[in-house]
Structures are given as C-alpha cells and as structure tokens.
Design a protein around this ligand. Structure first.
Ligand code: ADP
Ligand code: MG
Length: 501
C-alpha cells in the first residue's frame, strides 16, 4: 500500500507523505458501503491503540471516497496529518490493508480551515452534516451537538467570561505560534477527547497566550462542541476561592468549577506560593480530568520551571501537551500589522508597516499599541501617516519602558533623607521637623507625578487638597529665599528621578 497525500496542484498525486495536500471542502459522501468498511477499519485500529489515542487521532478521520483502489480520508489539519504519519503509520496501514485490500492507496485530504471554523450558528437548527454518516459514527454526534441557537451561544460566551474578539480567525498564524495554534485548534474541535489534556501554552508577555486559550472556548461554544466553558485568571480563581471560604461557600465554589466542559485558567504562574488555592485547584483538576473534561492552562514558563508550585500539580500539568509560543518573526509581525490596520479600516503603506515591524520586535501587544497610537495621532492631530510620525510613535513605545514615579517611593526617599519613620509623614503630628519633610514630600509628589491634589492629600493621612496647595506654596517660597535649601531640594529631586527608574 502506498500512502499519499492528495494534491490540489497536480492531477498526479505526490508520493511518500509530501506536504502537498488538497485543501478540501468536500463533505463526506453518503456511501454506505464506504462508511461500513470504515467502521470496520476503526474497529480494527481500536484493537491496537489505547482508548485515548483512538479518540484523539482516529475518531476525527472522515472517509471521503474509495475509488479505483484509492481511499481518501479527511484529516482536520496539517498538524494532524503529520502526527498520524509520525506516530500511527503502521497501525493505520495494516488496518486499512486488512479491510480494503493489500494494494490500496491511502490519500489524505487536509480539511480546509473554514471547514473547521465555526459556522455561524443560525437561530434555526444547523444543517446536520453528520446526517450523511451512519448511525453510531462518532462524527455524527459532533454535528448533531452543533444545533444551538445563536442567542444562547452569545449568552454562553458571556457567562464563560470570554472576550469574543479572541478567535482563531483573528489570530495570525506564524512560525512562532503555529504549533501552539494547531494544538489549541485540535482541542477546540474535540474538547476532552484528545490526549492534549491538559493543554498548557507558555511564552513571554504579549505573545498571544490569552488570545489562543480564549479562542478555544469561543470556538468550542460556537460550534456546539461544549456548553459549559469558563475562562478565569489564576488570580481571580484565588480571590474567588478565598472569598468562598470566608463566606462558607466552598462547596458551591468547587461544584461550579467542577461542572465545566472546558476550564481555562490563565497565568498559572500566579498560583505560586498559594498552597490552599493550589490544593483546591489540584482536586478540581483531578475531577475534571477524570470526567474527561478539557483543561487549558497558560503560563509564562514551562510547567517544570514553575517555582512555588506543588510537585503533584506540576506533574499533572505535564500529563497532556505543553506547547510554547515564541516571539513573532518579522513576517508574522508584518502580517499582524496588516490585519490589524485592515480591521481598523486603514490601508497602511508598506514602508510604514515594515518600519514598525522592524522596530517593535518582542511583543505583539506593543505592536498593536504602536499601530493604535499611530492611527490616533494621525486622526486627532490631523496629520498624514508618514514615516516621521511612525518614528515618533515607535520611539515612545519602545523606549518608554520606564515605570512612572510613585508617591510611596517619594515618601520613602524623603523620610530617609530627613531620617524620620516614613509613616510620620502620614500621621497627624505637627512637629516642626516632620511638617517640613511632609511639605517637601507633597511638593515633590506634585512635581514628579501626575497625581491630583486630592490623591496626594489622601496619601498623606487623608489631608485636604488645600493642605497640599499650602505645602507647595511654602516650599516654593523657601526655595526662593534659601539657597542652601533650594540646592538640597534639587538634589533630592534628582535622586528620586534617577533611582525610581
Ligand atoms: P499574552 O496573554 O501572551 O500576554 P495576549 O493574548 O494578551 O498575550 O496578546 C496580546 C495582544 O496581541 C492581544 O490583543 C492579542 O489579540 C494580540 N495577538 C497576539 N498574538 C496574535 C496573533 N498571532 N495574531 C493576532 N493578534 C495577536
Ligand atoms: Mg495573558
């Protein structure tokens, strides 16, 4: 038997697992004998692989046609095809030979991505593609599950705490993220049914982790593959957990989380050091996993490098699939900028797209921020979008990584300078020395931060804004009349400006 991949480009199929495949829009053909034979084939395969692998890799296959001794089966994605070839070539070959005959050729057809993308769910029943498949065919059930009304879906997306903007359609594929994206799509198409459980995506800030893990939830809900989905950050999980304990509602809390079809927890690194929360999450994880429900996690590092996390949790995080997202390469950055400017109804000139993509390299959130600022400045200041304007914007985004000076930092430095305990600045005392330090700190807070008079007053023991004005005036007068004081103050100010950054 020869295994081939169908090629859309040439009539002659390419041999030996070439990566050229048909982008197939084909619906499965209503051919009872083919369907029957395929079921026999699946039965044969199921004798040789474990249940989980069978569900993951064989149930999603769809027989398309069997003609002239060529069997065409549809696989959901390129990734899927590669995985099958690498891990299950032998079992697939022998089972197919057994049922379809010795010299049968196998042709893979990679489903077009639209085939996988959520079909818009209409208020009426969705046509059941599965109807052409025989009773008992696993795909059939998937399609039947897709009959959900649109309003219900919108409601479910809201309840799932998902941002409906985070979809696979809006996610630009590139070398840096394609593995993570393929794994996410496989999970979204078959939640709980693949061996990717849990699916853990990890990578640096602003690279699309939250986007991808939410896309899983959005896709699964919109295609009817899951009904109960919940997205939560690990911080919110922690806060809710503590709150549940305080209000004596722990079982309600646990039941809620444990009733999900897909539970998505973002930024699990923040579970670090929170032992009780981890303990609760451990049990939630086990219960969901046992029920065959899908767990999706994101993290800033691979699970085994997470510090402050219980070993038994880390080992469970490694049960499924861990996939990383790398910083995007130049091509992907350009594609992202193009897509986002299009979404904003702007046709950005190529040289400007490239200028931004070359300069903003590490973080997609910054890339987006740059584009938004550029569009905003051009429309607010009524300037054309030029390279010069792009340069100004890029400079603010790329170099402006310095955190703003905080009032607390000013208070600490001033208290140090006057050698008094910091909290005296916030106390009611009117002692001369403290009063001067307090006025200096208020003055510097006004000068160095963008905080309002009211906010500054609040930081100094809830004093009134008029007290802050008075302090400011007093210090200005002192500076005019006392050269030594003035120099000392300027030095202090400089110290704060330098050390806060
Ligand atoms: P992370 O969670 O890894 O910090 P996010 O998922 O919040 O990153 O992504 C930051 C921003 O960049 C989001 O607005 C997201 O939509 C966007 N983004 C990230 N990756 C892509 C991509 N491949 N295609 C389109 N937008 C992306
Ligand atoms: Mg995130």
């Amino acid at each position: 038997m020869v295994i081939e991949t169908a090629s859309a480009k040439s009539a002659e199929p390419t041999y030996g697992g070439s990566s050229e495949q048909t982008r197939h829009k084909t619906q499965p053909i209503a051919d009872d004998s083919l369907a029957q034979k395929w079921l026999q084939c699946l039965a044969e395969i199921s004798k040789h692989v474990n249940n989980q692998s069978f569900k993951t890799w064989f149930e999603p296959l769809v027989p398309i046609k069997f003609e002239k001794n060529e069997l065409t089966i549809q696989v959901p994605s390129q990734f899927f095809y590669e995985w099958l070839e690498e891990h299950y070539y032998a079992v697939l070959r022998t089972s197919i030979e057994e049922i379809f005959g010795q010299d049968v050729k196998l042709i893979y057809a990679v489903a077009e991505e639209e085939y996988l993308a959520p079909s818009p769910v209409e208020p009426q029943q969705v046509p059941l593609e599965g109807a052409v498949l025989p009773e008992g065919h696993p795909q059939r059930q998937n399609h039947i599950r897709a009959s959900v009304r649109r309003e219900d879906v919108e409601q479910m997306v809201r309840e799932a705490n998902l941002n409906s903007r985070y979809t696979f359609e809006n996610f630009i594929k590139g070398e840096s993220n394609q593995y993570a994206r393929a794994a996410a799509l496989a999970v979204a198409n078959n939640p709980g049914g693949t061996s990717f459980n849990p699916l853990v995506l990890y990578g640096g800030v602003g690279l699309g982790k939250t986007h991808l893990i939410q896309a899983i939830g959005n896709h699964a809900l919109r295609t009817g593959r899951a009904r109960r989905v919940y997205y939560v950050s690990s911080e919110k999980f922690t806060v809710d957990f503590v709150d549940a304990i305080q209000r004596d509602r722990l079982s309600e809390f646990s039941n809620r989380y444990r009733s999900m079809d897909i539970l998505i927890v973002d930024d699990i690194q923040f579970f670090s050091g929170k032992e009780k929360t981890q303990d609760n999450f451990f049990h939630t994880f086990n219960e969901l996993h046992q029920l065959g429900k899908q767990i999706v996690l994101s993290s800033d590092k691979p699970p085994k490098e997470l510090k402050g996390l219980d070993e038994r949790l880390i080992s469970r995080f490694q049960w499924g699939l861990t996939a990383d997202i790398q910083p995007p390469d130049l091509e992907t950055r350009i594609a992202i900028l193009r897509k986002k400017s299009e979404d904003n109804g702007v046709d950005l000139p190529q040289d400007i797209v490239e200028f931004i993509a070359v300069n903003v390299t590490t973080n997609i959130r910054e890339l987006e921020g740059c584009l938004i600022s550029l569009l905003a400045r051009s429309s607010l200041e009524n300037k054309p979008i030029t390279i010069e304007l792009a340069r100004e914007v890029v400079q603010t985004i790329v170099t402006d990584v310095r955190p703003p000076i905080g009032i607390e930092f000013i208070q600490r430095t001033v208290a140090n300078y006057y050698d008094i305990p910091e909290d005296l600045l916030r106390a009611k005392t009117r002692k001369q020395e403290v009063a001067l330090a307090r006025q200096v700190a208020m003055y510097l807070a006004k000068e160095l931060t963008s905080a309002s008079l009211k906010t500054i007053g609040l930081h100094f023991g809830g004093r009134d804004h008029s007290t802050v004005i008075h302090a400011y005036q007093t210090i200005e007068d002192l500076m005019k009349n006392d050269e030594t004081f003035r120099n000392a103050l300027l030095q202090l100010r400089r110290k704060i400006e330098l050390t806060s950054r």
